[in-house]
Design a protein around this ligand. Structure first.
Ligand code: RIB
Ligand code: CA
Length: 311
């Protein structure tokens, strides 16, 4: 008997890899996307919100509502990544104009209201960008903490070098203070750092398999990946594009694709040259996160290509 779908809220800064994650999620019966909340990150607001709306129009899922979130990190100025994603944030595809607009409720209030209306341990939050909205929700209403089953976050880097500075991954670098709030909140947390997402490299054969579906969604996805991969291929001299954010959604669909270990994780919020560095110190306290380090890449890409091809 199939399990009931895992209900999730995707918090996102689209971003081509966020876009792939969203498409996989809406194509998969194992998850039910209750809402999409947007956060400034790869590109500023309102672009991340516009991109989320357009992606749902592309997928034919404008029944899923989009809620605009924070415009900037908690303390630091906003740092964006047009150098990776292009000025639109989703360069490589010509996405349709949405016919449904952003919901009038702020993303932080949507997260708080959804949690307070739920039984304990029933809400799964899937942040795919800086943790600003999540931290703001926890700060605004600490009573949401027991309502959250798990936070599944793409971010951080541990044994892997950073992709924004030598030591910091982008989502942690943009809002390290928000990461600190989440790491110290007591919410069950599973982290998908560069240590695992750099093993989820989408090679040309995967992109061709996606494009072979020859549907508007597959064409848009292949176009976004072909744009997005340029930065990492040049930076790391590899031939594949890291599918960072889709790892979170794939875990919701099939956790057996991944493996990791519980650790006590921290983030540097004070030293300018290492700010955003996430690190493990198991002598500093009980485990506060499961750090995912391995993925079955071929099964992962079979899932990504098949699900997007089904839209
Ligand atoms: O470091 C990769 C992460 O930063 C991904 O979530 C990407 O979309 C950007 O937000
Ligand atoms: Ca992202």
């Amino acid at each position: 008997m199939s399990r009931s779908p895992r209900r999730i809220i995707i918090d996102t800064d689209p971003g081509q890899d966020d876009a792939i994650a969203i498409l996989v999620a809406v194509a998969s019966r194992e998850v039910e996307v209750d809402a999409i909340t947007t956060v400034a990150g790869n590109v500023p607001q309102p672009l991340v919100t516009d991109n989320a709306l357009s992606l749902l129009a592309l997928a034919g899922r404008q029944d899923i509502r989009v809620y605009r979130g924070c415009e900037r990190p908690l303390l630091r100025p906003l740092y964006t990544a047009e150098y990776v994603h292009g000025p639109s944030g989703v360069d490589g595809a010509d996405l349709p104009d949405p016919t449904v607009g952003v919901h009038s409720t702020h993303a932080v209030d949507l997260i708080v209201d959804t949690c307070l209306a739920s039984d304990d341990g029933m809400v799964t939050l899937c942040p795919l960008g800086p943790l600003t909205n999540i931290a703001m929700a926890i700060a605004k209403e600490p009573a949401i903490v027991p309502k959250i089953a798990e936070i599944l976050w793409m971010g951080g880097a541990f044994d892997e070098p950073g992709n924004t500075t030598e030591v910091a991954e982008f989502n942690a670098y943009v809002d390290p203070h928000a990461a600190h709030v989440v790491f110290t909140s007591g919410v069950p947390l599973t982290i998908f750092p560069l240590d695992v997402t750099h093993k989820a490299l989408m090679f040309p054969r995967h992109v061709e398999a996606l494009a072979d579906h020859a549907t508007p969604v597959a064409d848009a996805a292949a176009g976004m990946i072909r744009f997005y991969e340029k930065y990492d291929i040049d930076k790391y001299e590899i031939e594949g594009a890291p599918m960072h954010d889709p790892c979170v959604i794939a875990y919701c669909i099939d956790p057996t694709l991944f493996s990791g270990t519980p650790h006590h994780v921290l983030v540097d919020t004070t030293h300018e040259e290492t700010i955003g560095n996430t690190y493990i110190d198991d002598s500093a306290g009980e485990a506060n996160a499961t750090v995912i380090t391995d993925v079955d890449a071929e099964r992962f890409f079979d899932l990504v290509v098949q699900r997007i091809g089904s839209l």
